[in-house]
Design a protein around this ligand. Structure first.
Ligand code: BTN
Length: 265
């Protein structure tokens, strides 16, 4: 994507600046550096190609040139409110869902923040908080969306099935007829800016819950170093935690963290 067309497509947003890279290691790393040297709120880092894209839990994230969307936003929470930090990841996931829904797709959120199409992961979110003492300075919200099949890693490198927009948009062949990535990024930003001011509200929680994948189904939850949990997925708690009911009928609450969720088949 050419820098000029990206700047044009994003001109209507109140960004705190835009850094465009044909290639960078990781937009989250570039955004962290920029934040450390005073990036304003809503500063955006965009890369066509990431050479060392990062996923959650120190996993790699593939961003081959021209095949994906990869960007990171610097968010400076008003008043350094730490309560909203875990919700920032959900904010990213909800914004991607709303942008994909505009394309006629039916995206879902695999709690806490993976975006699925037809039960395959199409987008991942990496929110990283920067604290100074007990004060939250900023959150770097990194978002990756697989657009073309080249962005989908080979199955042996996946811990959950993955897909890309081209595979999920019926009748959109060849790739030249895919929606412009700059326009998609614009849709994501629009939803993100809208929901950001509501991130601690009941309506945000409801919108997030409405998009939850596997509701009413048996799921398995794995957290490193803890026994695997199995239960029926019920929805969200008031704090954004995940509510399950165990096979014995007991309520289970799963807190935000490095959690692996998958349906029990
Ligand atoms: C995950 O699902 O594990 C999170 C993936 C996050 C990928 C995005 S791409 C843009 C930003 N830069 C990175 O290095 N990672 C995030």
């Amino acid at each position: 994507m050419y820098e000029l067309s990206l700047r044009k497509a994003l001109a209507r947003f109140p960004l705190g600046g835009l850094r465009y890279f044909e290639q960078t290691a990781s937009t989250n790393d570039s955004a962290l550096d920029w934040a450390a040297s005073g990036a304003p709120d809503l500063a955006l880092v965009y890369a066509e190609h990431q050479t060392a894209g990062r996923g959650r839990g120190a996993r790699r994230w593939f961003t081959p040139a021209g095949a994906a969307l990869a960007f990171s936003l610097v968010l400076r929470p008003p008043g350094g409110d730490p309560a909203s930090t875990p919700r920032i990841s959900a904010l990213g996931a909800l914004a991607v869902c709303e942008a994909l829904a505009e394309l006629g797709l039916q995206p879902e959120i695999k709690w806490p923040n993976d975006v699925l199409l037809n039960r395959r992961k199409v987008s991942g979110i990496l929110a990283e908080s920067v604290w100074i003492g007990s004060q939250l300075k900023n959150v770097i919200l990194g978002i990756g969306v697989n657009v073309l099949p080249e962005a989908v890693p080979p199955p042996e490198q996946l811990n959950f099935p993955a897909t890309c927009l081209l595979n999920e948009l019926p009748g959109v062949q060849p790739p030249s007829r895919l929606p412009e990535r700059a326009a998609l990024l614009g849709q994501i930003l629009q939803a993100l800016i809208y929901w950001r001011s509501l991130v601690n509200s009941e309506s945000f929680l409801l919108a997030w819950e409405k998009r939850l994948a596997f509701c009413g189904e048996q799921v398995e939850i794995r957290v490193e170093g803890q026994p695997t949990l199995i239960g029926r997925l019920e929805g969200l708690g008031k704090d954004g935690s995940l509510r399950l009911v165990s096979p014995q009928g007991q309520a289970i609450s799963v807190q935000f963290g490095e959690v692996h969720l998958r349906p029990v088949v």
